[in-house]
Design a protein around this ligand. Structure first.
Ligand code: ZN
Ligand code: ZN
Length: 391
């Protein structure tokens, strides 16, 4: 069965159970319906046969925990606008908090399309959030997005880390699993709006669509509200969620965790969680894009004679070969010891060599240095040879 069909079919409605129904409730509802609607019990009744098929199909998906999960997720994705071609429904546009919504269909007697000019004229002005049709109008409101932040050590940001985030925010009620109805009971379809959540009102030539007063736009009525959440399906809860921060995250990046925001009312999809990541600076390492940088103190002799010096990286030390006669300030590249790149591979570690001048030489070293300078001069080395200011 295609995603498209899943989006269009409400298996919970087919079985007459709530979307939070337990496996047992589903089993019971199916057994009763299958018995009542069975073709043997209703010979020649085409409508009953059609219902029997729908009920069997619904049960095939909902009785299988894995399939049910996939079905729920597909529909949740659709509700948040995530399915291409799934209609113009966007997060947030399903809310009716802004008061009356102007309904073009009512204004033009339901036949706006054939009217040409006027439809075009008003089409752009009254954005109803897309023409996804009646099915999406009754969808309960999606939970709000939540923003939070976390601060990582430099090393963790480069290598990737898993951090626990403690947050207090509305979450689905654990007692009623977000349905808002006392366990064992189910919300019923609002009789006033037939579950659409919208009622139409005529005022003179104009028709208005408004959220239904009886069900406050949700399309369903709860006769026995859950005692813990008073029917909202939502409780304030402190949760700890574990966030996997990918390797190479930059200071100021935002990570989106789909469905980890505030719970929607009465089982509506949750919003998203956005985590802004701050990165502490490091005493040793700096960062330039995908490369790490490092200032390595060396002695004059190490640069003149060359050799191998030990360099720290984020994962252990490596030996860096310095060629004889290397200039002070030269940048050496240690390949692959930088930040992991998105498409695979890593940046480099850029090591700047910086001569450290000794401040307190002992007599022996001072004597040796004097002797060295004399030998250097005798060998013909003039540090200012070829320098523009030498004359
Ligand atoms: Zn509850
Ligand atoms: Zn209603």
């Amino acid at each position: 069965m295609s995603q498209r069909e899943w989006i269009e079919k409400d298996f919970y409605k087919d079985l007459g159970v709530s979307s939070s129904a337990s496996a047992d409730e589903i089993k019971k509802a199916y057994r009763k319906l299958a018995r009542d609607l069975h073709p043997d019990a209703n010979p020649g009744d085409a409508a009953a046969e059609e219902r029997f098929k729908a009920v069997s199909e619904a049960n095939a998906v909902l009785s299988d925990a894995a399939k049910r999960k996939e079905y729920d997720e597909t529909r949740r994705l659709f509700a948040s606008g995530g399915v291409p071609g799934g209609g113009g429904f966007q997060p947030g546009s399903g809310g009716f908090s802004g008061g009356s919504t102007f309904d073009l269909g009512d204004l033009f007697g339901g036949g706006a399309a054939g009217d040409g000019g006027l439809g075009d004229l008003f089409g752009g002005m009254f954005n109803r959030g897309g023409g996804a049709g009646g099915a999406t109008r009754s969808r309960p409101r999606r939970g709000a997005d939540v923003e939070t932040e976390t601060t990582l050590d430099f090393r963790d940001a480069v290598l990737g880390v898993t951090v626990p985030l403690r947050m207090t925010s509305p979450a689905p009620c654990t007692t009623c699993h977000g349905s808002g109805a006392e366990p064992g009971t189910s919300p019923r379809v609002c009789p006033r709006c037939n579950g659409s959540g919208i009622i139409s009102r005529n005022q003179g030539a104009f028709g208005f669509s408004e959220p239904c007063d009886d069900c406050r736009g949700s399309g369903s009525i709860i006769d026995n509200p859950c005692r813990d959440c008073h029917g909202s399906g939502v409780q304030n809860r402190t949760r700890t969620i574990t966030v996997r921060v990918p390797a190479g995250v930059k200071d100021g990046s935002k990570i989106r965790l789909a469905g980890q925001g505030e719970a929607g009312l009465r089982g509506a999809p949750s919003g998203d969680l956005f985590v802004t990541v701050h990165v502490r600076s490091d005493k040793v390492f700096g960062r330039e894009g995908d490369d790490l940088t490092l200032m390595l103190p060396v002695s004059y002799g190490e640069l003149v004679l060359g050799g191998t010096v030990s360099v720290p990286t984020l994962e252990g030390r490596v030996g860096l070969k310095v060629p004889p006669g290397t200039a002070d300030g030269r940048v050496m590249r240690v390949r692959g010891r930088g930040v992991a790149k998105r498409g695979g591979g890593s940046g480099d570690l850029l090591v700047t060599l910086k001569v450290a001048i000794p401040q307190n030489l002992d007599d022996k070293a001072t004597e040796a240095l004097r002797a060295y300078l004399q030998a250097e001069e005798a060998s013909g080395f003039d540090p200012r040879e070829g320098w523009a200011g030498a004359r």
